[in-house]
Each structure stands twice: as structure tokens, then as C-alpha cells.
Design a protein around this ligand. Sequence first.
Ligand code: G3I
Length: 373
Amino acid sequence: MGRISRRDALCVGAGAALFASAAYGADDESLHKLAAAKGLSFGSAVGAGPGGLAGSFSDARYRALLLRECGVLVCENEMKWYALRPNAQTFDFARADLIADFAKANGLALRGHNLLWHSAKWSPAWLNAFDFGSSPASTAEALVKTHIERVCARYPQIRSWDVVNEAVDPETGALRETSVSKAMGEGVLDLAFHVAREAAPNAELVYNDYMSWGAWSDKHRAGVLRLLEGFKKRGAPVDAVGLQSHISAPEYIGAAEEKDWRTFLDDIVGMGLALLVTEFDVNDVRAAGSAAERDVRVATSARRYLDLVLSYPQTKSVLAWGLCDRYSWLLANDKRSDGAPLRPTPYDADYRRKPLREAIAAALRSAPSRSAT
Ligand code: G3I
């Protein structure tokens, strides 16, 4: 499907300029500029295909939108083990390179997602079936170490890495099991942070997960806090927590939810860790009303959430998991009962700004300045 050449990808050209001038007034400020004015960064996920948000990079209009709004990009899938590692011996960097080169050529920062997705479901089939031999612990350690070293060395421009992704089972709060943790124990999580620190000494090292507020996520939050406390106690070099922030409308944050979420965030910053919003979108699968009414609900949820998270000076960046409704992982995952397409991102499928874009802008404008801390 829509593969594009490196030359096309780097050359945004006249089409992008046209799009930018048609869609925006001259004095409009990009989300990244609004963020930067407060000592924050703003960016988005992008994918090099195929399917979902994954297809977005092959669309010149999407690339133009990224350039217009973002200061930082993150690969949606291209740096995951299943994308980089066809097998235990080799690496395939081609699609991740496309995005990394585009970011570099256009002066955008790049986040890394992720060095270890601690989940059998999202590990490549070969890794789940891997024979770790007669010294499983040392074989597993070498495999993880080599992976992290090679990937960090390939992308020295990355200054913020999701080192471990989603290690906690939300149902129980316990750590998940993978073939690697069966071979070498849960120490693989500490190992990942230690190796990342060595391999990317200037990068912020992040634990990234999708816990939320509310009783249904109690065990998840508790498990994440236990994991972080363990990292701190054992000296594993974790710097920050990635709050994925796949939120929903109209379930916005009321007083009880706010209390829950603040207690969790207070515990994290109390450990000396920074915060990032890493995968922001607003699912309207259960929101009632017309597209215009849903857009308002989505924007309202977003504003409340972002105001809360940005009230913490420890929050340093906001990344959307896609900028345009044409490309979102949610399209393949959730269907509305009325059959209407989901509208979870700041721009509609025809690249028109939505109230969500204005809600993000307003939250950034009213955020306290990070430099004040
Ligand atoms: O590449 C195949 C393609 O060949 C096939 O035709 C197609 C049919 O379904 O599937 C394609 O692979 C899909 C891949 O995305 C690329 O589009 C997988 O099925 C699909 O499961 C995969 O989903 C990604 C998911 O992570 C799992 O890696 C989503 O795009 C991506 O948005 C999502 O991102 C995660 C973050 O990494 C972690 N936090 C949660 C977030 C949302 O689930």
C-alpha cells in the first residue's frame, strides 16, 4: 500500500505551503508554539503504513499538518519489536528511518516508542516461541541488551524514550509475563532502563502506560505505583511517567475523578518523576448527538483533562495519538452503534480544525509556565 519514497517524504514542497496558507490565518500560532511559550512541547504520532494512523505518513497533507502543528513526532508502530525485528538475528529499520529522517530534515524532535513492550500480545510471534536454551537468563539478557543498544544507537536524535511500555496487567495490578520475563525474571524491566541509560545517556527514560482514574483502574494505578517505587528503590534510572491519555467523551473529569487522578499524579511527582502526556486522543464511541455536538463533548473532556494534567509543572509535553480523524487507531478498534465515524482527533477527516484543536490550544495558553519551576 501507499509506500512513499524517502525523497517524497522529505520534500514537503508547494502542496504543504498551499495547505498551510489555505487552512490558517497568518497570525495563527501552532500548537507547538503555544506549548513552547510555556516551556512545553507538543507533537503527534505518525505511522509509515499500512492501515489506520499507520498510513498517515504517506499522505502529504498529513505531513504538512505535522509540520504546521508539531515540535516533536513519535512513530506509532515503527519502533516496536514486531516492526523492527523480523527475527532474533536481524533488524529492519527502513520504515522507522523514514520518519526519523523526516523529523531530522525538518528540525522536529523525535520520541522513541518503545524499547520493551512488556506484553506477550504485542511481542513478535518468534519472540513468544523463542528457545532460550540451557542458560535462559543470560540468553534473554543478551537479546534485550542487544536490541536496546542497536535501536538507541540508530536514533541518537531521540531524547525521550518509552523504555518500558504497559508492564502492568490492569485486571490484577501484577506484572505481565512474557517469554523474556519467564526466561530471566522481572529483572528484565530494570535491565531495560539500565541499558537504555548507557545507550542513550542524554535521553529522558520513561515508563509508559494507560492507567486512568476511577474504580475500574484502581488496581492498574496501584500496580504502576508499586512498579515505580521498586524502580526507585533498586536504582533503576527512570525519569518520567508517560500518561497515555486515551480518554473518552463524555466521561469527563468531575470532582471525584479529579481527586483520584490527582492522588495518582501526586504520588508520581512525589517520587521525583516528571510527567508526559504521550498518546492523547478522545474516543467519542459512546458520546451522543450529531457530529457537531460530539465535537463539543470531546473538546470539553479534553480541556478538563489537559487543564488538570498541565497544572502540574512536572508535565513537560503533550503528544496526540494522531492529528486527523482520517487516521486513528480507534477507527479499527471501536465502532459507534449509529455507524457514524469516530472523531477522536483535533482535525476532521478533511483536515478542518475541530473544537478539540481549540481546546488543546486553550489549555496550552492557560497552562502555567514551566520555566516558573
Ligand atoms: O501491518 C498489518 C497489515 O499488514 C494488516 O493488513 C492489518 C490488518 O489488521 O494489520 C496491520 O497491523 C496492524 C498495525 O497496527 C499496523 O496498522 C495491527 O493489526 C494492529 O493491531 C496494530 O495496532 C497498533 C497497536 O498499537 C498495536 O501495536 C495501533 O496501530 C497503534 O495505534 C497502537 O498504539 C498503542 C501504543 O503503541 C501503546 N498504547 C496504546 C496504543 C493504542 O492501542
